[in-house]
Design a protein around this ligand. Structure first.
Ligand code: SF4
Length: 319
């Protein structure tokens, strides 16, 4: 279908936005995209001046577009941007992503650091999966804690004051639904999109794409010819998140703005924690303690990563 002229100028349109039906050319699409990210940064106070911002760069569309966007938005500010990639050790997948990550960092002139599960934990994801797979737990369940810890360690090591990740509005809507469906709504009350948490050894994570849809990110990458890894992780098929993603995509056929309204609900839920009785609110505000094994910030005596490593070691001895 041929699109008409942009509604703001004489250029040919490249997109008709599904939620407000606006018809825009490339220039106006890019302007609206950057404006939305800047508004998100302002709304949640994501950055101060003179920050060292580490961007988690996997080489996929979200992280490639995030690095590009932050470099463009921060160019007039005093902050420094650094890229960090984590090699989980997923055969026939991660090496390709790292190629795109290296290419993107080089093109943008951004310092790039690489870390790996193998180096941090002694096991890569494929090895961990081989040992733990009898549990019928999806690989993502242990990839997540390992990656969060790796990113936090890397961000500290490079002296970052913030860690920016490419989580988009679709990811955030999926997380809320997963928490609701698992009966774990307190997790949403606990997770603050504004980076105010202070704890030794913890680098605050920020999500500048919290109000940008996955659809816009793919379009931004493709319309601006940004190369990124298109292949999906081979473990993604197992994930519960994948089922929720399909559900949301189906709802979007009739209501394209459903991910935005779900993110707004998530924000409202977080704000509602002020209404909780004092004892419940205090338990949400409990300071993060340190893992007794690795000393990393943790909500329990032993952090999830160390607990998993202990389990892998125990199973390996039995096999
Ligand atoms: Fe890790 Fe799961 Fe993402 Fe693959 S899909 S990189 S296993 S979290």
């Amino acid at each position: 279908m041929k699109l008409p002229k942009c509604q703001y100028c004489d250029e040919n349109a490249v997109w008709r936005r599904p939620w407000d039906k606006a018809i825009v050319c490339l220039n106006h699409f890019n302007r609206a995209f950057l404006k939305r990210v800047q508004r998100t940064v302002n709304k949640y106070n994501l950055f101060d001046r003179n920050e060292v911002i580490a961007v988690g760069l996997s080489g996929g569309k979200d992280s490639v577009v995030l690095l590009e966007t932050l470099v463009r938005l921060q160019s007039s500010r005093d902050s420094t941007i650094i890229a960090i990639s984590i090699d989980e050790g997923i055969a026939n997948y991660r090496e390709d992503g790292l190629k795109f990550a290296r290419m993107t960092a080089k093109r943008l002139g951004v310092e790039h650091y690489e870390y790996s599960f193998k180096k941090n934990f002694g096991y890569d994801l494929d090895e961990a999966f081989t040992v733990l797979k009898g549990d019928e737990v999806a690989a993502c369940a242990y990839c997540g804690p390992f990656r969060r810890k790796s990113l936090n360690l890397a961000a500290q090591e490079v002296g970052a004051t913030k860690l920016a990740t490419g989580h988009n509005a679709d990811d955030e809507a999926q997380t809320l639904l997963m928490n609701v469906l698992r009966g774990d709504i307190m997790k949403t009350l606990h997770s603050n999109p504004v980076p105010t948490y202070k704890s030794p050894g913890f680098v605050n994570r920020v999500k500048p794409f919290r109000r940008t849809s996955e659809m816009e990110i793919v379009l931004y990458a493709n319309l601006n010819n940004l190369p990124y890894q298109e292949q999906s992780c081979p473990y993604a098929v197992d994930s519960y998140r994948g089922e929720i993603r399909d559900l949301l995509l189906e709802l979007m056929i009739n209501d394209p703005s459903v991910v935005f309204s779900t993110v707004m609900s998530s924000d409202k839920l977080h704000e509602m924690r002020a209404l909780l009785p004092n004892n419940e609110r205090d338990s949400l505000n409990k300071p993060i303690s340190s893992c007794q094994i690795c000393n990393s910030p943790s909500n329990s005596d032993i952090c999830n990563s160390c607990a998993l490593i202990k389990e892998i070691e125990k199973r390996s001895q039995l096999q």
